[in-house]
Write a protein that binds this ligand. Structure first.
Ligand code: FES
Length: 258
């Protein structure tokens, strides 16, 4: 018979004396600030495009009335912000991300450190509704993969100024954002599984093995990549907004005139 030892009964909420709660509050504040800002930027529907830059919150722009149409899929009847047509996908991908889930769970429900008591004794985790819905992340991955590819189109177009092909500060920022978004998608846990993690015999699937190895290389840094990617989304949007408001001009030079 296997004998199990009961957990030590302690009266205190925890026995830690370090600032174990700091990460919880800083992470939750950063994530909350992003959600508030992204929602505001997506809803207002203005100042998201300055030639040749488009905010990542609005890309790809699929409404015919968009200031810079990527694909005119939705007709002129759509009078609201074009970001509302696509925001569900990147937001759904991010909010169900394993890394952000960890941040939120540790911030709100689960112990955020070792030796800290569980706040909800009957917590069922993701085995029951509503948190079981988080498993939809694996499907959001496929949409995010396509969106990341489309971001490269907008990045190439960010070299195309009215006066010709060139490069500006906005081009560099959009490039940084595109690279980080691609790494974020590539390092996704669900993506790693889809790319090759589900394969039983790697010897019979050499391409999938290489993709899985590539994803694994970035997967170990998925958390820092997630934060960096979140930051550049806001940075590029703010930069374009300030350009649009005329607060400053975009330093750029033309390499190939028309
Ligand atoms: S686990 Fe973070 S994006 Fe998939």
């Amino acid at each position: 018979m296997v004998r199990t030892r009961a957990r030590a009964a302690i009266q205190q909420a925890h026995l830690r004396s370090d600032a174990w709660w700091a990460q919880r509050y800083v992470s939750m504040a950063a994530l909350g600030a992003f959600v508030v800002y992204a929602t505001w930027a997506a809803v207002i529907g203005t100042h998201y495009y300055v030639d040749p830059y488009i905010s990542p919150i609005y890309a790809p722009c699929i409404a015919a009335r968009c200031a810079h149409v990527s694909f005119p899929i939705i007709g002129t009847f759509w009078r609201w912000s074009p970001a509302l047509l696509i925001i569900l996908f990147p937001l759904g991908f991010r909010t169900t991300c394993y890394f952000y889930r960890r941040v939120v769970y540790r911030g709100l429900a689960m112990p955020s450190a070792c030796a800290v008591r569980e706040p909800w004794p009957k917590d069922k985790g993701e085995s029951k509704a509503p948190f079981i819905l988080m498993n939809v992340h694996r499907y959001f991955f496929y949409v995010a993969f396509v969106l990341a590819l489309l971001h490269w189109t907008d990045f190439v177009l960010a070299f195309h100024f009215k006066a010709g092909w060139g490069i500006g500060v906005g081009t560099v920022l959009m490039g940084l954002d595109t690279v980080l978004l691609s790494l974020y998608v590539l390092s996704c846990h669900a993506g790693r599984h889809a790319l090759g993690g589900h394969v039983d015999k790697f010897s019979q699937a050499p391409i999938r093995y290489r993709l899985w190895k590539l994803s694994t290389r970035f997967n170990v840094n998925h958390g820092p990549i997630a934060w960096a990617s979140l930051t550049t989304v806001v940075l590029v949007d703010v930069y374009i907004r300030l350009l649009s408001y005329g607060v400053f001009h975009d330093p750029h030079f033309i390499l190939l005139g028309r």
